[in-house]
Design a protein around this ligand. Structure first.
Ligand SMILES: Nc1ncnc2c1ncn2[C@@H]1O[C@H](COP(=O)(O)OP(=O)(O)OP(=O)(O)O)[C@@H](O)[C@H]1O
Length: 315
């Protein structure tokens, strides 16, 4: 008997979002230039890039608001261009500009968007009540949207995007202008959506949020994906940690590549803090008596991101 073909790997679950070879131009200028991106269910991807990098354009194409010139976008296996209605039902979009009905109350806005997406009475009521609670809007439910503060309106705007329980959630700078408490609430909500199996694409300029979400980071630049990595990977790739040695009195000069002395402190770049710590302390010799503190300073995502953008410019 001739053996049959060797079975290939079983296909994994369909990703929440798959983008292939996406091209979009405005006036002959390519804003998206063959972008590929896969976001798995349960994952938060933070889309970063300088102003004008193409983030909103990408989000708009995924949401079906803009037609791509080439390439494909599928949401849980449904093609956004070929089956826009089916895809749209699975997508929740909170665009950059707040869009709620100013003369409607908070609750009426949520009910309107839920009904528009086809939710029936019972599920509509449950979904609205849940969102009012999670977005801290219950005390404001009968307030007209135009009477809300900017941050409260933004929470309602995000709520309207989530009311039909979408499986792909597109959030374009959802925390712009929000106070720290609102921001914290929204981030918690985003994490909960992903933990519940949702797929989240999140654009922001606040890098601290990306760290808090522990999101996968995708950086757009010149219409292409410049980086695609976890927060820790990016920090390790683009920055160096430093051992910080503080002395009583003037810090000594130590024979260490890249060492800096500033008053009573010496900064020693390191890729292997555990090993280098022992070496550094040994090097202090007689000055060890004056050593009063040793710390490890780790750069954050912002430093890594700025370095990454700088590296792009140098190229
Ligand atoms: N409808 C349009 N017509 C012409 N050009 C456009 C249109 N929409 C966007 N652009 C251009 O495409 C480029 C990308 O814009 P986009 O809004 O996607 O960037 P972004 O990364 O979201 O920027 P930001 O961080 O400022 O929100 C910009 O140069 C912008 O001027």
């Amino acid at each position: 008997m001739t053996p049959g073909p060797t079975p290939g790997p079983l296909p994994g679950p369909t990703p929440g979002l798959r983008i292939r070879g996406l091209v979009k131009s405005f006036g002959g200028r390519r804003v998206l230039d063959e972008v590929d991106l896969v976001v798995e269910r349960g994952e938060v991807v933070s889309l970063l890039g300088p102003n004008g990098a193409g983030k909103t354009t990408l989000v708009s194409v995924v949401a079906g608001l803009l037609r791509p010139d080439a390439g494909s976008v599928s949401v849980l296996g449904t093609d956004v261009v070929r089956a826009p209605r089916a895809a749209r039902g699975r997508i929740g979009l909170a665009a950059q500009d707040v869009a709620v009905y100013p003369t409607h109350t908070v609750e009426e806005n949520l009910r309107f968007f839920g009904a528009l997406a086809g939710l029936r009475r019972g599920e509509l009521r449950t979904s609205v009540d849940t969102l009012l609670e999670t977005l801290d809007l219950t005390p404001l439910r009968r307030r007209r949207a135009r009477e809300l503060s900017g941050g409260q309106q933004r929470r309602l705007h995000v709520g309207c995007a989530l009311v039909h329980r979408p499986r792909l959630i597109l959030l374009d700078e959802p925390t712009a202008g929000a106070d720290p408490q609102t921001r914290r609430g929204l981030l918690r909500q985003v994490r909960a959506l992903a933990d519940d199996g949702g797929t989240v694409l999140y654009t922001t300029h606040y890098l601290q949020e990306v760290e808090e979400l522990d999101a996968r980071v995708v950086v757009l630049g010149d219409g292409r994906v410049r980086e695609d990595a976890g927060v820790d990977q990016l920090i390790a790739r683009y920055t160096r940690s430093e051992l910080v040695l503080r002395f009583s009195g003037e810090a000594p000069e130590l024979p260490w590549p890249g060492a800096r002395v500033a008053g009573d402190t010496v900064f020693l770049p390191t890729d292997r803090p555990g090993v280098d710590l022992v070496k550094a302390v040994e090097l202090t010799g007689q000055d060890r008596e004056r050593l009063r503190a040793v710390e490890l300073s780790r750069a954050g995502l912002e430093a890594a991101y700025l370095e990454l953008l700088g590296a792009g410019r140098d190229e």
